[in-house]
Design a binder for this molecule. Structure first.
Ligand SMILES: C[S@@+](CC[C@H](N)C(=O)[O-])C[C@H]1O[C@@H](n2cnc3c(N)ncnc32)[C@H](O)[C@@H]1O
Ligand code: SF4
Ligand code: SF4
Length: 320
């Protein structure tokens, strides 16, 4: 048993209450995806130091109790690089979800949600995520025990680069043994020069319309709500985000814990880090939280153990 007195306490993030949090359990990743917000300049990710397992579990417990955190999203870097610690930490929260690139296999977390990232059909995914990654992830999805009680979703981060493959992607993955497919859209930095963003939100509207059409074609596979997708459209999107995140419910109710200097947690501007362009934010969760709040369902569980909460999780599509 670790000596508690030797464990460092977390950074003081004030006294605000956050029902949700995400934690980058490591800054290490085996992939190097073009669109990844974690490894952008100005984000706490440069130091690759590691908080040891006992300290991380200790700090997560303290933060849970101090900030009233109910649901935790485990990501990174690649969280499965610290699989044992992550599986232990999922037990600390009533609702846990893991977002993984799937290259280390799909973890079994009965009653919880595992979101596996894939960014389109093989010919579009692999230039983004790496040669051979599509096949590796597909194998992992087919190799897992689909009756183990884990809810497994695929998530595609839609960019200008991979949007052409939306329909082909759905044709293929709708045949896979998964619980559904989630879409989130690119979150750019200010003056984004990557070419992954659309010229303007109007151009993105056309892609949203294609996702809406896919939802109608595959209602049980595509988990996006049409009303939420409509709230992402150019004429109304700013109402859910604000110019600088002032309307963003995700920013208000979710504590982002990035691994910063000295292996201590840091809190960036929002889940997507620092220097983000809120006016072009494509985070589905931002708009879904706004939608749920409009419906008076702002406090619903997201990744719970019970069936209802899992349904909600399927519709939520966190950062996911
Ligand atoms: C940062 S990754 C961390 C977890 C894991 N390594 C993975 O790839 O799933 C979490 C999710 O964020 C998505 N993502 C990365 N950069 C993004 C961006 N700029 N905008 C929107 N989503 C992004 C990824 O595609 C992935 O689904
Ligand atoms: S696998 Fe995840 S953390 Fe790693 S580079 Fe890709 S999106 Fe980023
Ligand atoms: S970038 Fe998106 S998630 Fe971050 S504060 Fe802005 S609107 Fe919210």
């Amino acid at each position: 048993m670790a000596d508690q007195t030797q464990l460092t306490d977390p950074t003081d993030f004030g006294t605000d209450q956050y029902p949700h949090a995400l934690v980058n359990v490591t800054n290490v990743c085996n992939l190097d995806c073009r669109h990844c917000f974690v490894f952008r300049a100005n984000n706490p990710q440069a130091p690759r130091d590691k908080m040891n397992d006992a300290t991380m579990l200790h700090q997560l417990k303290i933060l849970r109790d101090k900030h009233g955190i109910r649901s935790m999203l485990f990501m990174g870097g690649e969280p499965m690089i610290r699989k044992d610690m992550v599986l232990e930490a999922t037990k600390l929260f009533p609702e846990s979800a893991i977002v993984t690139n799937g290259t280390y296999g799909i973890p079994s977390v009965p009653g919880h949600l595992v979101t596996v990232s894939l960014d389109g059909p093989m010919e579009l995914n692999d230039p983004i995520r790496g040669e051979g990654v599509f096949d590796k992830v597909k194998k992992a999805v087919f190799d897992r025990d689909p009756t183990d009680g884990t809810t497994v979703m695929l998530q595609m981060a839609v960019t200008r680069q991979n949007a052409p493959g939306l329909e082909e992607f759905l044709t293929e993955v709708s045949q896979w043994p998964i619980n559904g497919v989630a879409f989130s859209f690119y979150v750019p930095v200010k003056n984004d020069q990557t070419g992954l963003d659309w010229k303007d939100l109007k151009e993105r509207d056309r892609v949203l319309d294609r996702v809406i059409a896919l939802k109608k074609q595959y209602p049980h596979v595509v988990k996006s709500h049409i009303p939420t997708l409509e709230m992402m459209k150019s004429d109304v999107a700013l109402e859910s985000t604000g110019e600088n995140g002032e309307n963003c419910i995700l920013r208000r109710d979710t504590l982002p814990l990035y691994m910063g200097d000295g292996g201590q947690f840091e809190k960036p501007f929002c889940c997507y880090g620092n220097d983000v362009d809120c006016t072009k934010c494509g985070a589905y969760a931002v708009f879904n939280r706004a939608y749920l709040e409009q419906q008076g369902r702002g406090n619903k569980s997201r990744y719970g153990r019970d069936g209802e909460a899992v349904i909600e999780a399927l519709n939520e599509q966190v950062v996911d």
